[in-house]
Ligand binder design. Structure first.
Ligand SMILES: Nc1ncnc2c1ncn2[C@@H]1O[C@H](COP(=O)(O)OP(=O)(O)OP(=O)(O)O)[C@@H](O)[C@H]1O
Ligand SMILES: [Mg+2]
Length: 499
């Protein structure tokens, strides 16, 4: 019966050029009502651009056709797209941080006609109902800026749902969710699909795509490689289709028993958050920190970096005590910290790639009169763009024009450029494609070989296992285990993390 119904979405020869970059190049795609369609490809291959064309944010190049439920459009504007039931959950979430949860969830619904108290009640009711559908409880009157990043994600998803989507695009909705939250989200996505909503799901977690999607479309450099039944794919095969390479993860752990300690942590504690914890990282060592969201890893990292004060305990860097509660002192002593919430904290989006890359290294670049030679700045920025293989037009381009995964690499480069003795990386490859993830792991290994001590916080067991020399697991604020990676023994870490 459904055979005669038009697909929820049909794209023909979809193309988009930005200046010198052909972001999309003649893509054909069909998504049926009730289908969960995975969209994958390397950073910068055009996934978000495809979504923005259907949502009416950008105008497609002439010759492109977008068909929604049988209606043909050469271009769309945001209002028409919404009226046609197109809803998008963007990578950067596009929430209003100073508004409440309820206001954000109900944002797209026309409630202007109602008086203020009635409107508030209505918003709260909508938000409560939508969150209940998602299976999440959040304080409706909390400001979004006070929520954890995983919770903000939920608000963004709820907003899309509340606005009666017919086709829902999710641009990396799970990048910052815990495993349990991902499971719950997957259940919600399946339920929405069974109600006839078409879902287009972008993710760099390929295992998740294989499990969730009915079909998967692979893009490479703005072109479609193909659309495949998910049953014919596994993560390795998708990675191969995306990149043309077979990607192998191998254990690289070395023993560093003779190296001097770079960071020594003794009895460090913040009551109610974590601790007491004691550990040390040797010069040249990559120490992993695994665990689930809420295990206290980020809280520990913030405290090490001086963003919060410990209730007890000491931290020594290269043998010298680190004054508590001072990020400036931590940076001076040679500590750098790539935070988990880097899109909000790490970049000045309107500023150029070069400015962002050198931002944390200005002291080091200046001569004794405080003068920074433009050529030195540029050379530093160019060096990191090359080392991190950032895909961009020019160093003068505003960071906001880069794809999500490339923005991510700019923040990483910014901190690496400070050449720290000890580097804390909180979830550095979230949103980075498989090939570039691998490249970042190799870079981390290379920095360690040059003597940098690295604390790598990650939710990905595979990433910890293949990149670290040693892995600690945290749970309930305490260190509950320590493992040395061995080929084929990844399960041991999974068991500890998900125990
Ligand atoms: N507004 C813009 N101005 C200039 N170039 C842009 C703009 N938006 C996107 N691009 C470029 O188009 C290309 C495709 O970007 P897009 O954001 O679609 O990639 P993506 O597949 O979503 O990548 P990621 O996985 O990193 O999010 C990139 O080269 C990007 O720099
Ligand atoms: Mg994107």
């Amino acid at each position: 019966m459904a055979d005669s119904a038009p697909p929820a979405l049909r794209l023909s020869r979809l193309a988009k050029r930005f200046g010198g970059v052909q972001a999309l190049d003649g893509v054909d795609l069909e998504v049926a009502a009730g289908e969960i369609h995975g969209l994958v490809g390397e950073n910068g291959c055009g996934k978000s651009t495809l979504i923005k064309l259907v949502a009416g944010v950008h105008e497609p190049d002439p010759g492109s056709v977008i068909e929604l439920a049988g209606e043909r459009f050469a271009r769309l504007d945001p209002a028409t797209a919404k009226a046609m039931g197109v809803q998008v959950i963007y990578q950067d979430l596009s929430l209003f941080p100073n508004l409440t949860v309820a206001e954000n969830v109900a944002f797209d619904l026309a409630l202007e006609g109602l008086a203020r108290p009635a409107r508030r009640r209505r918003m709260r009711a909508i938000a409560a109902e939508t969150l209940a559908r998602l299976g999440f409880a959040l304080p409706l009157e909390a400001r979004v800026e006070d929520l954890a990043i995983g919770e903000r994600q939920i608000v963004a998803i709820a907003r899309g749902l509340a606005a009666r989507a017919r086709i829902l695009f999710m641009d990396e909705p799970t990048a910052s969710l815990t495993r349990a939250e991902v499971r719950r989200l997957e259940a919600v996505v399946r339920r929405l699909a069974s109600q006839g909503i078409a879902i287009v799901f972008v993710s760099h977690r390929l295992d998740e795509i294989v499990e969730l999607a009915d079909r998967v479309t692979v893009l490479r450099d703005g072109r479609k490689v193909g659309t495949f039944a998910a049953g014919e794919l596994d993560p390795r095969r998708i990675g191969e289709l995306m990149t043309g390479l077979v990607i192998e993860q191998r254990v690289q752990a070395r023993s560093l028993a003779d190296a001097p300690p770079a960071l020594e942590v003794e009895g460090l504690e913040r009551r109610g958050e974590f601790g007491p914890v004691s550990f040390s990282i040797r010069a040249g060592e990559v120490l992993g920190l695994g665990g689930l969201l809420g295990a206290g890893r980020t809280e520990l990292a913030l405290c090490l970096f001086g963003m919060t004060r410990p209730d007890a305990g000491t931290v020594r860097l290269a043998g010298k005590p680190l004054p508590p509660g001072s990020p400036a002192a931590a940076i001076r002593a040679g500590l750098a910290y790539l935070s988990e919430d880097r899109l909000a904290l790490g970049l000045v989006l309107r500023q150029s790639v070069e400015k962002n890359l050198v931002l944390a290294s200005l002291d080091r670049l200046a001569d004794r009169f405080g003068w920074i030679a433009p050529a030195r700045r540029r050379a530093l920025a160019r060096d990191w763009v090359e080392r991190l293989k950032v895909k961009l037009g020019s160093l003068d381009q505003p960071v906001q024009e880069l794809s999500g995964g490339n923005q991510q690499r700019i923040v990483l480069g910014k901190w690496l450029a400070t050449e720290p003795k000890v580097l804390i990386l909180d979830s550095p490859t979230v949103g980075v494609d498989v090939a570039n993830k691998q490249a970042i792991h190799e870079l981390v290994r290379a920095l360690a070989r040059q003597g940098m001590a690295i604390l790598l916080i990650s939710d990905e067991v595979g990433e910890l296992w293949s990149t670290c020399d040693r892995v600690l697991v945290m749970r309930g604020g305490r260190i509950t285990g320590e493992l040395v990676p061995e080929e084929g023994r990844e399960r041991a870490l999974e068991d500890l993390v998900y125990a």
